[in-house]
Structures are given as structure tokens and as C-alpha cells.
Design a binder for this molecule. Sequence first.
Ligand code: IMP
Ligand code: MG
Length: 172
Amino acid sequence: MQTAELISESEIQQRIAELAQSILKDYAEEEFVCVGILKGSILFLADLLRQFPGEISIDFMQVSSYHGGTKSSGVVQIRKDLDQSIEGKNVLIVEDIVDTGLTLGHLRELLATRHPKSIKVVSLLSKRIAKKVALEVEYVGFEIDDLFVVGYGLDYEEQFRGLRSIQVLQIQ
Ligand code: IMP
Ligand code: MG
């Protein structure tokens, strides 16, 4: 299967440094917990975390909306929940990509029922398509066209997550 580079390793790292600056500025010394959405966010979360002060904690959730293919099923299922309570805390959801927005819309609603102090979302990528739900994403790394991308955490059938850059998958 062929891939072609869309966003280079250095572009990603540069943008992450900028995102981290805006995030820290907006929280203005307040602590927050980063909630990484498994598995796609792992590399992004790791690099983002390295830009934050040592007090910042992390937790993970795993949801699934894709079942192996390249199209969203619209069904969101929780596979792994948070280890800690987020009541009264500032929560920063860390996501790899927003496509239809269904996954994040559902997740935001669910986490809001647990009475956090605030919820914000940072997504490395967002596709320029009509979102199926009204959705707030406070921080977006890159807006991309409606292409299927892999690398830097993103997969196609569990492959390509380790690539250091974002690549477009050319499905024959
Ligand atoms: P949404 O619910 O349609 O916004 O889909 C979000 C989830 O689908 C993301 O968290 C990814 O796991 C996956 N996804 C969407 N687009 C892509 C893509 O281009 N490559 C890899 N995974 C994708
Ligand atoms: Mg994901």
C-alpha cells in the first residue's frame, strides 16, 4: 500500500510547540488533565506533554467508531474509561483527527455529565468537511482535505501508526 507525505515531521513539531504555547497561555497557570483518546493520539499526546510543565497529568479513554475500514459507522462505543475522576478539573481532550465530529461530540457530552470545571479539545488534524454535529474544537493543528491519512499515531487497520509524518494513504 502506497503512502505520500502530507505534513512533515518538522511541520508537526513546530505546530505542536505553537499549540502548547496557546494552551498554556489560555489556562493561565491553572492545572489541567490531558485525556488522550486511544490509540491515535499517543504520539501527539507524548509530544504535547513534553511542552507542558511537570504538574500536568494524563489519562486515557478508548472509544471506537471505526470498525477496521475508512468510513465512520456513526456508532461510538467506550472500550476503556478514565482511571480518575474529572469532577472539578479542567479537562483537555487530546485527539488525533476530527472527521465527521461524531466521536468527539459524543465524548464531550459524556465527559460533561461528570461535572468537570471545564472541557477543551485539541486535535492535531481536522478534515474540511461538513461536520455531522455542532462541535467545538478549541485548538486544531492542521486543517486537511477529505483524504484518508495515516502516520503519527493514525492507522489503517492498525498499520502505519509509527510513521513520524502524516501521510496520505492511496488505496488502490
Ligand atoms: P469521526 O467520529 O468521524 O470524527 O472520526 C474520528 C475518528 O476516526 C478519529 O479519532 C480517528 O480514529 C478515525 N479517523 C477519521 N479519519 C481518519 C483518517 O483519515 N485516518 C485514520 N483515522 C481516521
Ligand atoms: Mg481516534
